[in-house]
Design a protein around this ligand. Structure first.
Ligand SMILES: *Cc1c(COP(=O)(O)O)cnc(C)c1O
Length: 331
């Protein structure tokens, strides 16, 4: 399998907003778009995106995971960026039409088809640094992918950063392009200086999330993760894992977690830590790096509860367990 997200089906779904109304969506070639060089997005980063997946089931049917959550989040991101209002029913139809046309390209398990709805301000108006784009473009790319972190027993090395921020605090719950560019300096430095795989952003000692995944600590029978606020991205995977953890009888604690408590609890032999996201699913963290020192989380190996939770989620997604929470939409 090629690198995650570099291969695309030949078409994408596309609609544009002209300032008054949305165009009728259509499937168009996925290898180019046409933008004015003065387009608002290219100067003022008026753009947001989503990431969701379609799955192939053993009986040959195809299903999209929690599509309504991603559609609602894209509408919210667009609102918070002052982009034109997303027509949620239209976006849903666009996703279903695209995936329906390319079901043959959904890889067999453990592969999936990753979907990338993208919304951007297209008005050619470089004077609008302090005003929204009245026009926009919405498209959905589809990318057949393998396992994002196919690593067997591998665990991540994660640097705890208490100085920087992933993004501006009021942008935390917006899935917007600029947030990712703004985290890169810190990430590159962590890779070069600490051989870290990811950075866990903990401004003023408050454990938030990494550049593109939520953070979960498991200590024995308790699962701890930051309660929803505007400072971080509200992951659909995070919400799903919390539901599954609760069903399994774990104590789910949504609350603030300090770096101090995180380091302290990580030393517990039962401790586990993981990153959650659509691409990452639930990826175990084996080592935390803090003030130049390595701290092994639990045994340093993927934790039993992490593996159990990931399997419970994957089993629903791939049709190996009943869809008891109504999370799947059949294509
Ligand atoms: C997308 C994303 C996540 C994970 O969200 P999911 O809905 O689970 O894919 C977490 N944090 C950030 C910053 C993200 O961009």
């Amino acid at each position: 399998m090629t690198t995650f997200g570099t291969q695309f089906v030949p078409e994408m779904a596309l609609a544009t907003f002209d300032g008054q109304q949305w165009s009728t969506p259509s499937l168009v070639p996925s290898d180019s778009i046409s933008l004015h060089p003065g387009a608002h997005v290219l100067h003022y980063a008026s753009t947001c995106f989503e990431g969701l997946k379609a799955f192939r089931h053993p009986n040959g049917s195809h299903h999209i995971f929690r599509m309504d959550q991603n559609i609602a989040r894209m509408a919210q991101s667009s609102r918070l960026l002052s982009l034109p209002t997303v027509d949620e029913a239209m976006l849903k139809t666009m996703i279903l039409d695209l995936v329906g046309r390319y079901t043959d390209d959904i890889p067999a398990p453990p592969g999936t088809m990753y979907l990338r709805p993208t919304h951007m301000g297209t008005e050619a108006a470089i004077g609008k640094a302090a005003a929204p784009s009245t026009q926009s473009m919405l498209y959905i790319l589809a990318s057949p992918v393998g396992d994002y972190f196919a690593g067997g027993d591998a665990t991540l090395r994660v640097l705890i950063d208490e100085q920087g921020m992933r993004c501006a605090p009021h942008m935390g719950m917006v899935k917007s392009g600029g947030n990712y560019a703004s985290a890169l300096q810190v990430l590159n430095k962590a890779r070069a200086e600490h051989q870290a795989d990811q950075v866990l952003f903990c401004p003023h000692g408050d454990v938030q999330e990494t550049a593109a995944a939520n953070f979960i600590l498991i200590d024995g029978n308790e699962l701890i993760t930051k309660a929803l606020d505007t400072s971080f991205l509200h992951g659909v995977t995070r919400a799903s894992i919390l539901t599954l953890a609760d069903e399994m009888g774990l104590k789910v604690s949504e609350r603030n977690l300090s770096v101090e408590e995180l380091i302290e609890r990580s030393a517990n032999p039962n401790a586990e830590a993981a990153l959650s996201g659509t691409a990452a699913v639930l990826t175990p963290v084996g080592t935390l790096i803090h003030n130049g020192k390595d701290y092994t989380v639990g045994t340093g190996k993927p934790g039993a509860t992490t593996i159990k939770l990931r399997k419970a989620l994957n089993d629903i997604q791939f049709g190996l367990a009943e869809d008891r929470f109504g999370w799947l939409t059949r294509v």
